[in-house]
Design a protein around this ligand. Structure first.
Ligand code: ADP
Ligand code: MG
Length: 298
């Protein structure tokens, strides 16, 4: 297990930022840590990176306890903090070489991460001259310097414009192929774009922990239809995969299917074969975004 979190609680004075949370992350997984602002994401990440002590519970990285093996844990982890502080007056290569001294990294490795994070054309520029997207690359480059097995990225895509967003996502996915990645975000689409699995946190508690394939598979399909005539529930059962029928108003029905295949053509066929006039047909998107809203609305 690359990361294991067991009953971690963190209190800031009276306030519980994390309330007995547990999860495991296997080697090679890219896991999204999703939650609204103030949910406790950064707090959890600071505990894993040994920057903050937990109030209760045990957290391990590569089987090393983060409280008793701080130095070793730091060697296994590459951390991109939420508000990554950079020296704007420094040049990119200079900054990386400055940071590399902490881990005794070779100059060859510095050039490797510059190449890997697409910073070659900018390596001789001042950090202050660069866009937010390139600054995030520098942060990632720093996190990668000592070639850690585990990457902990706190909101790596927040504040980027749409083009930068796509580039950083791709970069994270590509470096993530050989590493275990735990990244936080408050945006569901980020998880969909990058992750194998999502752990959703709300008010310091885990409210969901699932593989994205499972989440997608569980999606129900809801279609609203209106006919020109009343239709009995039993009659609707002629449509395949139908799970539930609800009469909303008049001759408007809400049909729920337990498949992700688009069932609209089947409804057309059903209307046709039974000489029914279909007045309205609307697919309601119950996507991951609305699931996230449901889970974090209280
Ligand atoms: P997230 O990263 O999900 O936005 P944080 O982990 O930063 O959430 O914060 C979780 C909760 O803990 C918030 O209510 C925040 O105000 C509180 N908090 C975070 N850091 C501190 C601190 N150093 N002192 C007091 N409260 C804090
Ligand atoms: Mg945060």
């Amino acid at each position: 297990m690359s990361i294991s979190v067991n009953q971690i609680t963190k209190s800031y004075q009276q306030q519980k930022a994390l309330d007995a949370i547990s999860f495991d992350i296997k080697e090679g997984e890219i896991v999204g840590f999703l939650g609204p602002n103030g949910a406790g994401k950064s707090t959890m990440m600071k505990i894993l990176t040994t920057y903050l002590p937990a109030t209760e519970g045990v957290a391990k990285v590569n089987n090393l306890d983060v409280t008793t093996h701080q130095k070793e844990v730091q060697q296994h982890i590459g951390y991109l903090p939420e508000h990554n502080p950079l020296y704007l007056e420094m040049y990119v290569r200079e900054y990386l070489s400055f940071n590399s001294k902490i881990y005794k990294v070779t100059t060859t490795r510095i050039e490797e991460v510059i190449e890997l994070t697409g910073l070659s054309p900018e390596a001789n520029k001042k950090i202050g001259q660069l866009s937010k997207g390139f600054r995030q690359r520098i942060g990632l480059a720093c996190a990668l310097l000592h070639d850690p097995k585990v990457l902990i990225l706190d909101e790596p895509t927040t504040g980027l414009d749409p083009n930068q967003l796509v580039e950083i996502r791709e970069l994270i996915k590509s470096v993530g192929k050989e590493k275990t990645v735990f990244l936080s975000t408050h945006i569901m689409q980020e998880v969909e774009a990058m992750c194998d699995r999502v752990i959703i946190i709300n008010k310091g508690k885990i409210v969901a922990d699932q593989k994205l394939t499972e989440l997608r598979g569980e999606q129900k399909q809801v279609i609203e239809v209106e006919f020109d005539y009343r239709i009995e529930e039993a009659f609707f059962k002629k449509i395949p995969n139908l799970k539930e029928v609800k009469n909303l108003v008049g001759f408007v029905y809400q049909l729920t299917f337990d498949t992700t295949n688009d069932m609209r053509p089947a409804i057309f066929d059903f209307a046709n074969e039974n000489d029914l006039k279909l007045l309205q047909l609307k697919r309601q998107n119950k996507n991951l975004e609305s699931l996230f809203r449901e889970l974090t609305s209280s």
